[in-house]
Write a protein that binds this ligand. Structure first.
Ligand SMILES: Nc1ncnc2c1ncn2[C@@H]1O[C@H](COP(=O)(O)OP(=O)(O)OP(=O)(O)O)[C@@H](O)[C@H]1O
Length: 808
C-alpha cells in the first residue's frame, strides 16, 4: 500500500474521530439533562396530580392529569433512550470508527462515493454519512462483491454500479494498524489475523470479516424457515447472532429484542454468547433451553429426566438389563412414525378410551370418572377433543356450584362452625353490617311508603341477623374448601393424561388398535414395561417428555406465544421432529432459523437438517423454506480440520481455512498414571506457550469426574470440573464432557481417552468428532491401549505420534 494512501486514510480517520469526539461532548449535557428531567418528573409525579374523586367530573379530571403526566414522562424517557443509544454508539465508534471502505459509482452518476463501514452509522447534519452501519443495504456490497460491477438492493429496488475499491482496516485506539485492499470478497489476510488470536470465555462479534455465504444467512428475509447446515466451526452461531443484530436494525420500528428467542444447547452456552449483541449496540434476545421449557410445563406433576441424564445413560449403561429396549424406545419416540401414531391415537380417543380423574372431596367421589366419560362421549363426536374438554369443563364447574350449595347443609360444616376463630366471625360480621345498612335504608323507605299509600306491606321486614350470619358462615366455609377443586378443574386436572399416555404402552395388539401403527420396534414389550414403570414412579424419560406434552395439548388445547416473531434454534440437529412440531405450534407467528451440523449429531433423536426428506423442510413446506450450507471451517487450523474431517464419511466436503498450525499429537503410554503425568506436563507446556483456555474433553460426566481427580493427584491443581450445573464459562483449564462442550471452543483440546473402548461404536464417532473440533490451535489425543478405530483409520500423515517407546 502506498504511503500516500496510508497518510490520507490516517488523516481522514483523525478528522472523523474529531467529529465524533465533538458530537459526544456536545451530547453529553443533553443526555445528562434528559436523565435529570425524567428523574425529576418521576420524583414529582404525584405533586403535579391533584387527586380528587368526590364527583364524577373531578374523578375524570384526575384521570386525565395522571394520563397526561405519564405521557410526558414516557416521551422524555423515550427521548432519553434514543439519545443515550446514539451517544453510546458514538463512544463505541471512537477507538475504531470503521473497518471497511468501498468506493462505489452508481450507474448514471459521474462520481464515486466513498462508503466507510462500521458497527453503527455516524451522520453529520442529518444527511452526510461519515460512517455507514454494517447492516445498511449499501454496506452489503462490502460482504458480497469484489471490485468491478456491483449492485445492492434497497426497499425501492436494486441499485447498479461499479465498485472501484474495497479496503479493509484494522484500527486500534485511533491508529490504523493494518490496511488491505481486497480483490476477493473479504480478504483472507485480515481473517488470518482474527482467527489466529486466542479463545475467549466470550464469543466475539465478527462483523468486520463476515463471509459472503454468512451474509446470506444474516440478511435472509424471504423464508419462514431458514435452515443452515454447516460444518463444525463454520460460523453458524456467529452468523445467527449477527442475524439477530441485523433483524433488530432492519425492523427496529416493529421488533424488539424480547420478541426474539434463541434455544441454546446448554445454560453455559448462554453466558458464552451473552456479550456479542451488546458489543454491537443491541440488547440481548431471550435465551432458553428446550429442557427449561419442559421442566416448566411438566415439573410440578411429574419429574422429567434431563437430556444430559439421558445421554449419560446411553453412553455409560451398555449391556445393562433393558438397555437395548431403552435405546430403541428413544429412537422410536422421536420419530415421525410415533408422531403419526399419536395423531391417530387422538382420533381413537375421540370415539372411546378417554380417562378421567374423579373429583374427590372428603374421601368421597363428588363427580366420578364414569360420569365424566359418559358426559364427554355424549357430546357430538365430530367436535375436536379440545372443544369437548372445554364443554366438559364448563359442565363440571356448574355441577360443582350445585354440589357446593348442597354441601352447606352437611354435618361437617356444622362442626366447623363451632370451631371458627374470632377473625372469621369478625369478617362475616362486617359483611353483615354492610348488608344491614342497606336493609335499614330499604326498611325506612318501606315504612314511609306504607304511611303514604296507607297500605300494609306484605313482608315482615325483619333483618334476622343470627340466621343470616349462619348462612354466610356456612357459605364461606364450603366455598373455601371447594376453591381448590374449582382451580384444579380450571387446570384440567380432571383429565388423566398420565393414564391416557400410559395406555399406549400396554401391549402390542392394543397399541396397534389405538394408533394404526404399522412399524413397531421389536422390543416393544420391554419398552412398554419401562415406560409404565417410570410413569408409576411419577417420572418421565426424556424421550417421553415432548410426546407426553403433545398428547396433553392435543386434549387440553395448545399453548401459544404470539408475541415472539423470530425463533432461533442452535445445534438444531439435536432436536427431534416432535420438538420442531412443538416449537411451530408454540410460536405460531414466528419465523424460524435452525442452525446445525449432522456431523455433530450426538443424541439418539437427531434430525438431519439438510436431507431431502428432512422433517424440517416438511414443517413449513418447501416453498417457505431456504437451505444454506456452510462448508468452510474457520475455527481450527488447517491441520486440525484435515484430521477431524477425515473421521466423517462425507468429511472431504469440509474446506479448511488456510491457517497453519501443528499437526494433532497422539500420545500412547500403556500406564494410565504415567499418561496422566504426561498430560499434566503437556498442559503446563501449552500454558507456557500462551494458551489460556484449555479443555480436557471426556465422553461422559462420569469420566470427567474420574479424570479430574486423577489429574489433580498428578499435580493439575487449578483444574475446573464442568458439570451440567455450571452456568458460567471461564478461561483456564477445565475438564468437560463432550456434550457440554457443544458450541464452544478452546485454544487447545486434550482428549482424555481416545481408545477403542471409549470411542469404538459407530454412534461414538460423532462424539469424538465433536470433541476434537472444539480445538482452535492445538489438539492432543491420549490412550493407554488401542486407538479408537476412527483414529486408526486416519492417514498417518495427518498427525504426529508420541509414545513411550519413542521417548525411551
Ligand atoms: N467470518 C468470520 N470472521 C471471523 N471469525 C469467524 C468468522 N466465522 C466464524 N468465525 C470464528 O470461527 C469460530 C467458530 O464459529 P462458530 O462457533 O460460530 O461456528 P459454529 O458453526 O457454530 O461451530 P460449531 O457447530 O462447531 O459449534 C468462532 O471463533 C468464530 O468467531
Amino acid at each position: 500500500m502506498e504511503t500516500k494512501d496510508w497518510r490520507l486514510e490516517q488523516e481522514r480517520l483523525e478528522w472523523v474521530r474529531e467529529k465524533l469526539q465533538a458530537r459526544i461532548t456536545e451530547l453529553e449535557p443533553e443526555v445528562e439533562g434528559m436523565q435529570d428531567q425524567a428523574t425529576e418528573i418521576r420524583k414529582h409525579f404525584w405533586e403535579e396530580v391533584t387527586i380528587n374523586t368526590s364527583t364524577h367530573e373531578d374523578f375524570e379530571e384526575t384521570f386525565y392529569t395522571i394520563n397526561q403526566q405519564s405521557a410526558v414522562l414516557a416521551e422524555r424517557e423515550r427521548g432519553h433512550k434514543r439519545l443515550t443509544q446514539q451517544w453510546n454508539n458514538m463512544k463505541r465508534l471512537l477507538p475504531s470508527p470503521y473497518f471497511g471502505r468501498i468506493d462505489f459509482q452508481e450507474k448514471g452518476l459521474k462520481f464515486s462515493e466513498q462508503i466507510y463501514i462500521g458497527v453503527s452509522s455516524f451522520v453529520e447534519d442529518g444527511l452526510s454519512f461519515l460512517i455507514y452501519d454494517w447492516r445498511t443495504p449499501i454496506a452489503s456490497m462490502y460482504y458480497d462483491s469484489s471490485p468491478g460491477v456491483a449492485s445492492y438492493v434497497t426497499p425501492i429496488g436494486p441499485i447498479d454500479g461499479t465498485m472501484d475499491l474495497k479496503r479493509q482496516f484494522q484500527i486500534h485506539n485511533g491508529q490504523i494498524r493494518n490496511m488491505f485492499d481486497a480483490s476477493e470478497t473479504i480478504g483472507d489476510d485480515l481473517l488470518q489475523q482474527v482467527l489466529g488470536k486466542g479463545a475467549d470465555s466470550q464469543m466475539k462479534s465478527i462483523v468486520a470479516t463476515i463471509q459472503r455465504e454468512q451474509n446470506a444467512i444474516i440478511r435472509n428475509d424471504k423464508s419462514r424457515m431458514l435452515i443452515v447446515q454447516g460444518a463444525a466451526g463454520s460460523g453458524k452461531t456467529s452468523a445467527a447472532l449477527q442475524r439477530v443484530a441485523y433483524l433488530l436494525y432492519k425492523h427496529r420500528q416493529t421488533i424488539s429484542a424480547d420478541q426474539i428467542v434463541l434455544f441454546s444447547p446448554n445454560p453455559m452456552f448462554a453466558s458464552y454468547i451473552s456479550t456479542v449483541l451488546p458489543e454491537l449496540g443491541e440488547e440481548n434476545m431471550q435465551q432458553t433451553t428446550f429442557q427449561e421449557y419442559l421442566d416448566y410445563w411438566l415439573g410440578s406433576s411429574l419429574r422429567p429426566e434431563g437430556a444430559f441424564d439421558q445421554i449419560e445413560y446411553v453412553l455409560t449403561e451398555h449391556g445393562a438389563p433393558g438397555y437395548e429396549a431403552r435405546l430403541q424406545g428413544i429412537e422410536y419416540k422421536a420419530s415421525d412414525a410415533f408422531l403419526q401414531a399419536l395423531q391417530n391415537y387422538g382420533n381413537w380417543l375421540g370415539q372411546e378410551g378417554m380417562r378421567f380423574n374423579s373429583i374427590r372431596f372428603r374421601n368421597r367421589d363428588l363427580i366420578t370418572a364414569e360420569q365424566m366419560r359418559a358426559k364427554f362421549y355424549g357430546y357430538d363426536h365430530s367436535l375436536p377433543l379440545q372443544n369437548r374438554i372445554v364443554l366438559l369443563q364448563d359442565w363440571l364447574l356448574n355441577e360443582l356450584s350445585t354440589l357446593e350449595r348442597m354441601e352447606r347443609e352437611a354435618p361437617w360444616v356444622q362442626e366447623e362452625l363451632n370451631y371458627l376463630d374470632t377473625e372469621q366471625y369478625e369478617e362475616v360480621f362486617g359483611m353483615l353490617h354492610k348488608d344491614r345498612e342497606v336493609f335499614d335504608v330499604a326498611e325506612q323507605y318501606a315504612t314511609v311508603r306504607e304511611k303514604m299509600t296507607n297500605k300494609r306491606r306484605q313482608d315482615e321486614g325483619d333483618f334476622d341477623f343470627g340466621q343470616k350470619e349462619e348462612e354466610l358462615l356456612r357459605r364461606k366455609i364450603v366455598k373455601e374448601r371447594f376453591s381448590p377443586l374449582r382451580k384444579s378443574i380450571k387446570k384440567f386436572s380432571f383429565v388423566d393424561i398420565k393414564g391416557i399416555y400410559g395406555e399406549l404402552f400396554v401391549d402390542e395388539a392394543a397399541y396397534r388398535e389405538k394408533t394404526n401403527a404399522v412399524v413397531i420396534p421389536s422390543l416393544w414389550t420391554e419398552i412398554c414395561k419401562q415406560t409404565r414403570e417410570s410413569l408409576l414412579r411419577n417420572e418421565l424419560f426424556h424421550e417421553d417428555a415432548t410426546p407426553y406434552l403433545y398428547v396433553k395439548e392435543m386434549i387440553e388445547g395448545v399453548r401459544t406465544n404470539t408475541e415472539i416473531k423470530y425463533v432461533f434454534v442452535d445445534e438444531g440437529q439435536d432436536y427431534s421432529s416432535f420438538q420442531y412440531e412443538y416449537l411451530k405450534k408454540l410460536f405460531p407467528r414466528a419465523r424460524m432459523t435452525v442452525l446445525g451440523d449432522f456431523g455433530q449429531a450426538i443424541f439418539t433423536q437427531a434430525t438431519n437438517l439438510a436431507a431431502a426428506d428432512s422433517p424440517l423442510v416438511r414443517l413449513f413446506g418447501e416453498a417457505e423454506t431456504s437451505l444454506i450450507s456452510l462448508v468452510r471451517s474457520y475455527r481450527s487450523t488447517r491441520e486440525i480440520v484435515e484430521f477431524t474431517r477425515a473421521m466423517l464419511p462425507d468429511g472431504d466436503e469440509i474446506v479448511p481455512f488456510e491457517r497453519k498450525g501443528q499437526k494433532p499429537l497422539l500420545t500412547r503410554i500403556n500406564d494410565r498414571e504415567k499418561l496422566n503425568v504426561q498430560m499434566v506436563a503437556n498442559i503446563a507446556a501449552l500454558r507456557a506457550e500462551g494458551f489460556d483456555s484449555i479443555a480436557i474433553i471426556t465422553k461422559t460426566a462420569a469420566e470427567s469426574q474420574k479424570a479430574h481427580e486423577s489429574l489433580r493427584i498428578q499435580g493439575g491443581e487449578d483444574l475446573q470440573l464442568i458439570t451440567k450445573e455450571t452456568f458460567n464459562f471461564e478461561k483456564g483449564v477445565m475438564v468437560i464432557p463432550v456434550y457440554l462442550a457443544k458450541g464452544v471452543e478452546f485454544d487447545a483440546v486434550l482428549i482424555y481417552d481416545a481408545s477403542s473402548g471409549m470411542y469404538g461404536l459407530d454412534n461414538e464417532r460423532k462424539l469424538l468428532y465433536t470433541a476434537c473440533t472444539r480445538a482452535m490451535h492445538r489438539l492432543h489425543l491420549y490412550t493407554t491401549g488401542d486407538w479408537s478405530p476412527f483414529v486408526q483409520a486416519l492417514p498417518v500423515n495427518l498427525y504426529e505420534e508420541w509414545n513411550s517407546y519413542t521417548s525411551e
